[in-house]
Design a protein. Structure first.
Ligand code: ADP
Ligand code: MG
Length: 203
């Protein structure tokens, strides 16, 4: 029995440029075509703490890692209470672009204890599935610079993303399924569908 019955919580995780947002949209469309009720969302959320986090993208040196973690947790608490839990109770398939695995990896890479970060996310529903996308760092960075034609933000420097990537590699949780995201977009989508399809039987 999936953890979030009657709904399903599927989260998309990995470093920047791995294709999370691309794959979330493709999955949402595929599920909607099959008649499933889908809600797509992302973190940082569009709430007040999410906005404060986005404002840090170009001035991350102005905040201590501990305070930054507090902001991510406050944002998640609102997002979980206001959107994720109500939609799961409504029987929706909630697709979330980044969730607490990203907090563990990014704030873990900033020097905080990954186990402690996980514990502090106890209030957040455990995903039924966390798809962890992986590409070599150079490929991810090339994809984001080419698609946005702008400089990397403070969460995206190569040295930092190297550490984030190591944190993601170390994560071992039952909800995690790893996907090689170096393949073309449709092949990755087929891999995602193969992971999601067995969960749909319970809906
Ligand atoms: P993320 O949300 O993980 O940062 P995006 O989905 O925004 O990544 O993708 C970043 C860029 O890489 C986009 O231009 C997207 O079209 C491209 N992209 C995504 N997946 C692939 C893939 N499998 N192969 C090649 N390019 C991809
Ligand atoms: Mg994205």
């Amino acid at each position: 029995m999936p953890a979030n019955t009657p709904g399903l919580l599927i989260v998309f995780e990995g470093t920047d440029g791995t294709g999370k947002s691309t794959q979330l949209k493709l999955l949402a469309t595929a599920l909607e075509k099959q008649g499933f009720p889908v809600v797509s969302t992302c973190e940082p959320s569009n709430g007040k703490y999410g906005k404060q986090i986005r404002a840090l993208f170009t001035k991350r040196n102005t905040i201590k890692p501990e305070d930054e973690l507090e902001l991510f947790l406050a944002d998640r608490k609102d997002h979980v209470d206001d959107l994720i839990i109500p939609e799961l109770k409504n029987g929706k398939i909630v697709l979330c672009d980044r969730y607490y695995l990203s907090t563990i990896a990014y704030q873990g890479a900033a020097g905080l204890d990954p186990t402690d970060i996980l514990t502090r996310n106890n209030f957040a529903p455990t995903p039924d599935l966390a798809i962890l996308f992986h590409v070599p760092l150079e490929i991810g960075i090339k994809r984001i610079t080419e698609s946005r034609r702008e400089a990397l933000n403070d969460f995206e420097s190569k040295e930092y993303l190297q550490k984030v990537s190591i944190q993601f590699e170390r994560l071992q949780l039952p909800c995690i399924q790893r996907v090689d995201a170096t393949k073309d977009i449709n092949s990755v989508h087929q891999n995602v569908l193969a992971l999601v399809t067995p969960l749909l039987r319970s809906l």
